[in-house]
Design a protein around this ligand. Structure first.
Ligand SMILES: [Ca+2]
Length: 346
């Protein structure tokens, strides 16, 4: 895309398209500059839906594909739900079906008690028409890495099984892409499945261990920060008021999720776990990190735990230890309040 070539001499602040001299809006300027290409690896899932629609609505991101995995739901539900999210956003983003079971350990039950029987809270199963990409998620990741190289970031917001399989397909993958920004783990705080493990890592610790040891640029957005980023029911109502279509859908799917927080934590709202990883990509200055080798415990009662190890031969990862919760929440709300506007521009 070639835009912003011509400046109107009568109105120097206004930029015009090089070809047709139509005025160029802010979104098109960002598109013409550099949009960060990402693949979101996902198990939608309520907070996945929040994160994905926020990513679709952010003009700084170019979502080149969604790859699906089990976790909050079974993988066939994740693929169906991901296609629904793409379709309702008016996009044609490819959706590639991913792993249906963990890399090595036995499969755990999906988190229906948190995300609802179909993954979208109280809402019934959607019936999207968007076709599924013929490639496996792992193959899709490898193909996109070859096509986009260092311009591509992987953003897993579910168990890391697809990334582990992608590493099996292409051992050079870590040298090809820009890096990985993942939601998962609890490096300096207790887990949320048990005292040791966060849910995404707990669902496939062997895959996570492969990803943490692979030597690419990994940023870990874990419970260390995400459980501090809170959104209330009132904020979700605000989003629905600003964007009755997609925002209304997100408010509705979140109701079941919020009830889980009300029952388990006496909080009328939810944590923005998955959206935080996307915001760490668009607004990195709002997060601060420590850097150390981190290993994943793969067996025993602490399986799924993420621990710092003193091992000079193991690659370091960066893990978030603090963030600007106010700016992150405000950005989340503002972006989603405008999501119907973004939709109408497409
Ligand atoms: Ca997720």
């Amino acid at each position: 895309m070639v835009l912003i070539e011509v400046v109107n001499p009568c109105k120097p602040d206004t930029l015009f398209c090089h070809y047709c001299t139509n005025p160029v809006n802010e979104r098109q300027i960002v598109m013409a500059m550099s949009r960060q290409k990402i693949i979101i690896d996902t198990d939608p899932g309520v907070d996945d839906a929040l994160a994905i629609h926020m990513a679709f609505a952010d003009p700084r991101l170019d979502v080149v594909g969604l790859t699906t995995v089990f976790g909050n739901v079974h993988t066939h539900q994740a693929t169906r739900n991901a296609r629904h999210l793409v379709e309702m956003a008016g996009l044609a983003v490819p959706v590639a079906h991913g792993a249906e079971r963990p890399y090595q350990q036995a499969q755990r039950d999906p988190a229906h008690f948190i995300h609802g029987a179909e993954g979208f809270g109280d809402l019934p199963a959607p019936n999207p028409q968007l076709p599924v990409d013929p490639r496996s998620a792992a193959q899709f990741i490898c193909d996109m890495a070859d096509e986009h190289g260092e311009d591509l970031l992987l953003c897993p917001i579910g168990p890391l099984t697809n990334l582990a399989h992608a590493l099996d397909l292409d051992a050079d993958l870590p040298n090809k892409i820009g890096g990985v920004v993942l939601m998962g783990g609890a490096v300096t705080v207790p887990g949320n499945v048990n005292a040791f493990a966060e849910a995404n890592i707990h669902n496939d610790p062997h895959a996570a261990e492969m990803v943490f040891a692979a030597g690419w640029d990994v940023r870990v957005i874990g419970l260390d920060v995400t459980q501090q980023i809170l959104c209330t029911s009132q904020h979700l109502e605000e989003i629905a008021l600003g964007a009755p279509g997609i925002g209304g859908f997100l408010r509705d799917v979140s109701a079941f999720y919020v009830r889980f927080y009300q029952d388990s934590r006496a909080f009328d709202g939810c944590c923005l776990h998955d959206p935080a990883a996307l915001i760490a990509i668009t607004d990195p200055d709002w997060f601060s990190y420590d850097s150390a080798p981190v290993t994943v415990i793969v067996e025993g009662e602490e399986a799924g735990g993420t621990q710092i190890v003193d091992d000079p031969d193991r690659p370091k990862v960066r893990f978030a230890v603090a963030c600007d919760t106010q700016k992150i929440r405000d950005h989340f709300i503002t972006t989603l309040k405008n999501t119907d506007l973004r939709f109408s521009e497409r």
